[in-house]
Ligand binder design. Structure first.
Ligand code: PHE
Length: 355
């Protein structure tokens, strides 16, 4: 019997040594030390043995059991350690690898940014921002702005006409934001201080004109408003946009709906208004003139008030000024963009420069 125990010991040790994982080791433990194992059976049957065998079998059996238990325990710790290391090695992340690139974030179009800048400046001066229809009636685009049917100034703003109830002359894509002067006065009694940013349309297409472009209209009407107020307002606005050292000038011009009418220029911010650069060469931005043309303006023609007299605009008691200019032109000047069409080509290499 003692010999058999020693054989079991040898077998069990071999099985424990061969176990390569915690479950395999557990199988070995169950086979050699479990309830149904041979050694367990021998130790349980000691009382049935002849008295002279009980002592040697009992002591050898118990010694072997303890030795096997100790061996299994030691090996379990070892295997667990190895398995832990394996799983740690498998889970390792290389924090130095490049990550998934962040999704490109879009940004506001340069024309929208310029529009918002102008709106911010004018809201700061107490103006409200209004919007109006891009598809407009001939009445608002021309007639009520003192361009009667057949007036030659209509030709300067040839546009796209929309067929409406069989007629092609009454509805059109607005050629300027000025029709909103009349709509705003119809809707709001004086005093009125408002700007209108928006899309406008003309049959024009070259590096500085596009069939669709954006304008900002301004209108101020109240008692005692003069051309000096117009000049001060334009100066304040353009200094915010182009810098505190800017000057403006107004030149006589003609628009049917303002009297007197002017065109206004801002002093060149590239050469400081001198027309030449530090090295003596001609300034390319203002072409040596020192001034950059921006838009049209003037005092609201009393005839225009005549169209909105019912809304409280009596030409004998109120005066006002209006101005209008292109947003693209401001954006081109601020960002040094030479061709207006680039704003609408939707080339991300161009637009991405304004983030
Ligand atoms: N609407 C004119 C244009 O588009 C500009 C303008 C606006 C002129 C307001 C005078 C007053 O050319």
């Amino acid at each position: 019997m003692v010999e058999r125990i020693e054989e079991i010991e040898a077998e069990a040790k071999a099985a424990i040594e061969a176990a390569g994982s915690v479950p395999e080791l557990e199988d070995a433990r169950v086979s050699y030390l479990g309830r149904k194992a041979e050694l367990t059976g021998i130790l349980r049957g000691i009382a049935d043995l002849p008295p002279e065998q009980r002592g040697p079998v009992g002591s050898t059996g118990n010694k072997v059991r303890k030795a096997l238990e100790a061996m299994i325990e030691a090996k379990t710790d070892g295997l667990k350690q190895i398995e832990l290391e394996k799983s740690l090695a498998g889970d390792r992340i290389d924090v130095t690898l490049p990550g998934t690139p962040a999704r490109a974030v879009g940004h506001i179009h340069p024309i929208t940014r310029t529009r918002r800048l102008i709106e911010d400046v004018m809201v700061g001066l107490g103006y409200q921002v209004m919007e109006g229809p891009e598809i407009e009636h001939d009445y608002y685009n021309f007639t009520a702005l003192n361009h009667p049917a057949g007036h030659p100034a209509r030709m300067l703003q040839d546009t796209f006409y929309v067929e409406h109830e069989g007629h092609v002359e009454e509805v059109l894509l607005r050629t300027h934001t000025s029709p909103m002067q009349v709509r705003a006065m119809e809707a709001t009694p004086p005093p009125l201080f408002m700007i209108v940013p928006g899309k406008t349309y003309r049959r024009d297409s070259d590096a500085t004109h596009s069939p669709m472009f954006h304008q900002v209209e301004g209108l101020a009407v109240g008692e005692g408003i003069t051309l000096a107020d117009l000049k001060g307002t334009l100066l304040a606005m353009l200094r915010e946009i182009f810098g505190p050292d800017r000057e403006i000038r107004m030149r006589p011009h003609f628009f049917p709906f303002t009297e007197p009418s002017v065109e206004f220029d801002v002093s060149c911010f590239h050469c400081g208004g001198s027309g030449s650069l530090d090295d003596g060469s001609r300034c390319g931005l203002c072409k040596g003139i020192g001034w950059i043309e921006l838009g049209g303006a003037g005092m609201v023609d009393p005839n225009v008030f005549g169209f909105v007299a019912d809304s409280g605009y009596n030409p004998d008691s109120v005066t006002g000024f209006a101005f209008g200019f292109g947003i693209e032109r401001i954006a081109m000047l601020r960002h040094g963009v030479g061709d207006l069409r680039l704003f609408f080509d939707n080339d991300v290499r161009m637009l991405g420069q304004f983030s």
